[in-house]
Design a protein around this ligand. Structure first.
Ligand code: VG1
Ligand code: CO
Length: 542
């Protein structure tokens, strides 16, 4: 075998501590850039003689990157790479495959919900043997390795044939091409009552699932249409495209305007959902109603016992800090622990591994459980279908009953995108600098009662994550959180999370923006959003 070495170049853009590298596709296509990051992974993770899983969401450059990674794995002593046919694996499916086949780790090619294509974004993420995003200790080691790369080892060989299922040799390494849906579908069949969901569809229940021209198309067709008997056409935009059809594959009301319009209109089906580029996010809709991700987490926690995989109950519920506190009330009611973690799925990994939490969720359309170590968009859809089948009620009926019983957490997130990095940092620094002076400050008729910068100590390994977002409390009921996005690739994005608990929402069936208007105004004023960013309002409201 011939191994060629390529001169290294520094990896600009990898932040120590982030689970992977997410950059413009053009950056990844510069010779040596992808190679440098992959070599850092291979150096840091030591996969010699071990099995690695590889797959991505099919976006532009997925196929080329997969071939490069295979040749580098072969030259770096990896024994076997299990790769999804065509180089495809959704993020949750990659997690399922790593776990089912006891691989040492996996490389996932995706920039998740970011747009794809030559002018879009690409990403590479390393997952560890538990199937989850690498924790900070591992990403730190990868970052350190990236600073000291001696050589890039890559096999000179023809491309592997990723269209052909089964094993083939690539130099000294085995490449095993698998059906990207099989392991994950088998897992879903163990967790959910497929017979009950099949009966639901047979009884005329109607659904629309928008795969957004991204990776979930084949998975959704395999499950909903092939196995559960939903009529053809239930899954729309089902053909994955390298640029996601030119759309932003982010399942939220702003980017799924057509689906929202359908569900709020006269001819709405009973149920609708959508997933993101790599299949780990989900949006849930009922006829005439939008389910906020925070509410979805709470409803799932309250009803999970209706699904066979969770019939014994759940051990604990974990949510990211900016996610509404609706889930905490569920945990209290069930007498199980609630965990509040920093933003990012990797923080759930230890809780899931230790059996302390069973269900996890983020306000950013992420929901999942201990079945894998990533969030799982279609899992959430199946969970809702299982609950709908078991309860025989509508989505709106279930949600309204939930609010009537437990109260409602009005919730919204305001994103200010593509602002100057210096301006965003100045805003956060200024707010951080006056945290202790904030209690007592009044704005828009509200008074701040507490303010802090969220820090988290992992209860399992004791590691500490600081500066995870500024929390402003307006009494017990209302809260605002401000943090900067860690996933953007252009300038900075300021995220402002707003919520208010209403114990008796029956009396006021308000639009969240109306219910939160004073919290929104107070936060804008106190943080000086317009003064710092020059923006009179957010770019995206979810
Ligand atoms: C965003 C979300 C966060 C999520 C992350 C990855 O991060 O807010 O909740 O975990 O994306 O999601 P940020 O730093 O931009 O706010 V994705 O679907 O990569 O899978
Ligand atoms: Co995603």
């Amino acid at each position: 075998m011939t191994i060629k070495t390529i001169p290294t170049r520094p990896i600009e853009g990898q932040k120590p501590g982030t689970s992977g590298l997410r950059k413009k596709t053009r950056d990844f296509m510069v010779r040596g850039y992808l190679e440098n990051f992959v070599q850092a992974i291979l150096d840091a993770a030591d996969l010699t003689g071990k099995t690695l899983v590889l797959g991505g969401d099919g976006r532009f450059f997925n196929a080329e990157a997969a071939q490069t990674i295979l040749k580098m794995a072969a030259a770096n002593g990896v024994a076997r790479v299990i790769v999804g046919q065509g180089g495809i694996l959704s993020t949750p499916a990659a997690s399922a495959v790593i776990r089912a086949r006891q691989a040492a780790g996996g490389i996932v090619l995706s920039a998740s919900h970011n747009p794809g294509g030559p002018e879009g974004d690409f990403g590479v993420k390393y997952n560890t043997a538990n199937g989850g995003p690498a924790p900070e200790a591992v990403t730190g080691a990868i970052y350190q390795a990236s600073l000291h790369i001696a050589e890039i080892r890559k096999l000179e060989a023809p491309d592997a044939d990723l269209s052909r299922l089964g094993a083939q040799a690539l130099g000294p390494m085995t490449v095993e091409v698998i059906d990207p849906t099989a392991d994950w579908v088998a897992l879903m069949e163990r967790l959910f009552d497929f017979d009950a969901i099949r009966a639901l569809f047979a009884g005329g229940f109607t659904m629309r699932f928008d795969a957004m021209h991204a990776v979930t198309g084949p998975y959704a067709k395999a499950i909903f249409e092939d196995r559960l008997g939903a009529p053809p056409g239930t899954v729309i935009n089902a053909e994955p495209q390298p640029d996601f059809g030119g759309h932003h594959p982010d399942p939220n009301p702003a980017h799924c305007a057509d689906l929202m319009a359908l569900m709020m209109g006269e001819n709405a089906p009973d149920f609708a959902a959508a997933a993101d580029g790599d299949g780990d996010r989900n949006m849930i809709l009922g006829r005439g109603i939008y389910v906020s991700p925070s509410d979805s987490l709470a409803v799932i926690a309250a009803n999970a016992h209706l699904a066979p995989g969770y019939s014994e109950g759940i051990a604990g519920i974990a949510r990211s800090m900016p996610t509404s506190r609706a889930a905490d009330r569920m945990a209290a009611g069930l007498g199980i622990p609630a965990f509040e973690t920093p933003t990012g799925w990797k923080f759930f990994g230890n809780l899931l591994d230790a059996g302390m939490a069973t269900i996890c969720g983020e306000e950013s359309f992420g929901t999942g459980s201990n079945h894998v170590r990533e969030k799982d968009g279609l899992w959430a859809v199946l969970m809702w279908l299982n609950v709908l089948a078991a309860r025989g009620e509508s989505v709106a009926g279930i949600l309204r009953a939930h609010w009537a019983k437990h109260g409602r957490d009005y919730y919204s997130r305001h994103d200010y995108e593509g602002i100057a990095t210096e301006a965003a940092e100045a805003l956060m620094t200024a707010l951080r600098g006056r945290l202790t002076g904030l209690p007592g400050v009044e704005a828009a008729g509200l008074t701040i009662t507490a303010a802090d910068d969220f820090a988290y100590q992992d209860p399992v390994d004791g590691s500490v994550a600081e500066l995870q977002g500024i929390r402003l409390m307006f009494g017990e009921e209302a809260r605002a959180v401000l943090r900067l996005s860690g996933t953007g690739t252009e300038g900075a994005t300021l995220r402002v999370y707003l919520e208010r608990f209403e114990p008796d929402p029956g009396a006021h069936a308000l639009d969240p923006q109306a219910a939160l208007s004073d919290v929104i105004a107070a936060t804008r004023e106190i943080a000086g959003i317009e003064r710092h960013t020059g923006r009179a309002g957010p770019d995206v409201i979810t």
